[in-house]
Design a protein. Structure first.
Length: 233
């Protein structure tokens, strides 16, 4: 419970999770090891039927808040719940199967603080995609392109492939203004969110460093590639 304005964290980190108790610790620990420590973690259990509740209940860090949904609504709905309950004006998202590098938040906040662009509302970074092939983790791809400022046209041309939910740091007021994530979409919810943010006049900044690891298995990778191909017609 926040008792005073001075206790408000700089960043609210939203981690939605569904039946990932076996890997959730990797994501949580990557936040707890951040070089910037003034944050809160909001874990939203999206109706898991595994040991997620038991795992979270054993976490002793007072910066962690837990929201336990009684059924599975989907990641977008869970993220919107996190946005609603967040105390900080800056919100970061971390998928429960991904992880951050230790300087992720500090690097993004440093860039935001030195920016002279008053319209900047989103700061992101580069990321790796790591694939689990029969128990072996291999580097599949790394992002390298960055887009800054008004990137609406870039996003329309497919530039969202350089951005992913776990790389984002966004002003909460801007998320609320556009209505957050669209829970009705079956895929590309992050691309839709970014398009609506850009269309509303919000500018982007990018940390030109790889600060996020996204983990995928071969089945997820195949589905993701099919969806991208379909989206391009």
């Amino acid at each position: 419970m926040i008792k005073d304005k001075k206790d408000i964290p700089l960043v609210s980190i939203i981690i939605p999770t569904y039946n990932r108790s076996h890997i959730l610790n990797r994501a949580v620990q990557s936040v707890l090891l951040q070089t910037l420590s003034n944050f809160e973690i909001i874990i939203i259990n999206d109706g898991s039927t595994d040991a997620t509740v038991d795992y979270v209940n054993k976490l002793l860090d007072q910066r962690i808040r837990f929201i336990n949904l009684q059924q599975n609504y989907g990641a977008s709905y869970a993220r919107n719940i996190g946005i609603m309950y967040a105390y900080a004006e800056l919100v970061a998202f971390l998928d429960s199967d991904d992880e951050w590098h230790p300087t992720k938040l500090e690097s993004q906040l440093t860039l935001l603080n030195i920016s002279a662009d008053p319209d900047v509302s989103i700061i992101y970074c580069l990321h790796n995609v790591l694939v689990n092939r029969e128990g072996t983790i291999d580097l599949f791809s790394s992002t390298s392109k960055i887009y800054e400022g008004d990137i609406y046209e870039n996003l329309l041309k497919g530039g969202y492939e350089s951005l992913t939910t776990s790389t984002l740091l966004i002003k909460r007021s801007c998320l609320i203004k556009i209505g957050g994530f669209d829970p009705s979409l079956p895929s590309f919810q992050d691309a839709d969110l970014l398009l609506r943010l850009a269309k509303a006049g919000n500018h982007f900044l990018a940390v030109n460093e790889t600060l996020v690891n996204k983990y995928r298995d071969t089945q997820q990778l195949s589905i993701g590639n099919d969806l991208i191909a379909k989206s391009k017609g």
